[in-house]
Design a protein around this ligand. Structure first.
Ligand code: UDP
Length: 466
């Protein structure tokens, strides 16, 4: 009988940093049943219910250990999402160390895989004789930027958003400085300095697993693999997307979608925690209404902070109260509005959905790529603007609304992009390209597909260490 190969994984805080690494673990043990994964979970208070329902679907060869939860009062008030995530991980480090000590005293663990936001946990790999890997639930384009930024930082001094020309990251579509990830917005900030150190340290791990696939990001992946750059080995193993989980709202959405024509509905969602301001909710509502298209909109209560609901659910507010007066009544034949959370995987799988207005979270993008319908890109925070550039200018499968000088996307602009996506010639071309991408994504996951082979190579390496 083959020996069991043990690995430990450390997700980052938040749904979209927990679920991807769990999904990766599921895929690993499904393809290689002699693997056993132990997942050490840092949390703020307790995990959101959507995460809990996914945890309940894990197979027996994936164990979860909840680390001592961080208390909200230990985080500074008004801290950015990036700072909060960094602090939750930092405060969880003693529990991660203790858990690894206990685990490795009983069993040989060959590898430690940490989500990029829990990167610091990899400091313990050497002590416990484990190889160290980052799991990136983001694009190869973003990883290329991480590797490139320390060099650009040395060569330049002004803010990246003030660069006159788009930045040419090796292998990637040129990206304007204002579209880079939020963390690099202020080069004098602590959060930027920490990011920079981390981006440099990324080079010294044993490998980086990326939830992307060769056929979607051919050029950035090739550039990452080029010898002589001093980068660690990269493993594109995606697209790995969510499966299982809560579907109590599924039936309601599905019943509504069943009644709509094929490809007629625009699905509107800003990820697991993205929020809009009250003014922007008003504009979006009016835009949807004026466009005359069918829509399914996941609505959250307004906030001036776009990532407000990311780490903890909004409480005690009914998001529907913040919609413009009479909106629900006027659009009841055209739209379905879901408060806070929709069963996205099921929604995106439905044949009635013909377009996706997304905040460009990487998971949402991959989920849609596997279904093959184009995007309206509405990035909010983190590296979402970089993803929007990749979709619209690189892969040409998305259209991005213009933000006006007052910081809002106006209703007329919303109508324009919806029409472009749902009925225009450009929309048709984007659909064609999305279908090609969908086929490539499906193939990458087949037995002889690029991502399956990549994961098997890595598994083979880990097995050889037992
Ligand atoms: N999601 C969902 N229902 C919602 C909103 C989000 O199931 O109403 C899931 C979505 O399917 C995806 C994840 O939450 O798996 C969001 O991850 P993404 O990387 O797109 O965005 P983030 O949450 O990091 O902003």
């Amino acid at each position: 009988m083959e020996k069991t190969v043990h690995i430990a994984v450390v997700p980052g805080p938040g749904f979209s940093h927990l679920v991807p690494i769990l999904q990766f673990s599921k895929r690993l043990v499904q393809l290689h049943p002699n693997f056993h994964v132990t997942c050490l979970i840092p949390t703020l208070v307790s995990p959101p219910s959507a995460s809990i329902s996914i945890l309940q679907t894990l197979p027996p060869n994936i164990n979860t250990i909840f680390l001592q939860p961080v208390k909200p009062e230990d985080l500074p008030q008004g801290a950015t999402i990036e700072t909060q995530i960094q602090l939750i991980v930092a405060l969880s480090m003693p529990s991660i160390h203790q858990a690894l000590k206990t685990l490795t005293s009983r069993t040989r663990f060959v590898a430690l895989v940490a989500d990029s936001s829990a990167f610091d946990a990899l400091d313990f790999a050497k002590e416990f004789n484990m190889l160290s890997y980052i799991y990136l639930p983001i694009s190869a384009t973003t990883l290329s930027w991480y590797f490139y930024v320390p060099m650009l930082d040395k060569e330049t001094s002004c803010e990246y958003r003030d660069f006159p020309e788009p930045i040419k990251i090796p292998g990637c579509v040129p990206i304007h400085g204002r579209d880079l990830n939020n963390i690099v917005r202020d080069r004098s900030s602590e959060v930027y300095k920490t990011f920079l150190q981390r981006a440099w340290r990324f080079r010294f791990v044993d490998g980086v697993l990326m939830n992307t696939f060769l056929e979607m990001e051919t050029s950035p992946i090739r550039a990452l693999k080029e010898e002589g750059r001093g980068y660690p080995p990269v493993y594109p193993v995606g697209p790995i997307v969510q499966s299982g989980g809560d579907d109590t709202k599924g039936l309601e959405c599905e019943t509504w979608l069943d009644k709509q024509q094929v490809g007629s509905v625009l699905y509107v969602s800003f990820g697991s925690g993205g929020t809009l301001s009250q003014e922007q909710i008003n504009e979006l509502a009016c835009g949807l209404e004026l466009s005359n298209y069918k829509f399914l909109w996941v609505v959250r209560a307004p906030s001036s902070l776009a990532s407000d609901a990311y780490l903890s659910a909004q409480k005690d507010v009914d998001p529907l109260h913040f919609l413009p007066c009479g909106f629900l009544e006027r659009t009841k034949e055209k739209g379905m509005v879901v408060p806070s959370w929709a069963p996205q995987i099921q929604v995106l799988s439905h044949s009635s959905v013909g377009g996706f207005l997304t905040h460009c979270g990487w998971n949402s993008i991959l989920e849609r790529v596997l279904k093959g319908v184009p995007f309206i890109t509405w990035p909010l925070f983190a590296e979402q603007r970089m993803n929007a550039v990749l979709l619209c200018e690189g892969l040409k499968v998305g259209v991005r609304p213009r933000v006006s000088e007052n910081g809002l996307v106006q209703r007329e602009e919303i109508v324009k992009v919806i029409k472009c996506l749902m009925e225009g010639e450009e929309g048709g071309k984007m659909s064609g390209r999305m279908n090609e991408l969908k086929e490539a994504a499906t193939n990458a996951l087949k037995e002889d597909g690029s991502s399956t082979k990549t994961l098997s190579l890595l598994a083979l390496k880990w097995k050889s260490l037992v």
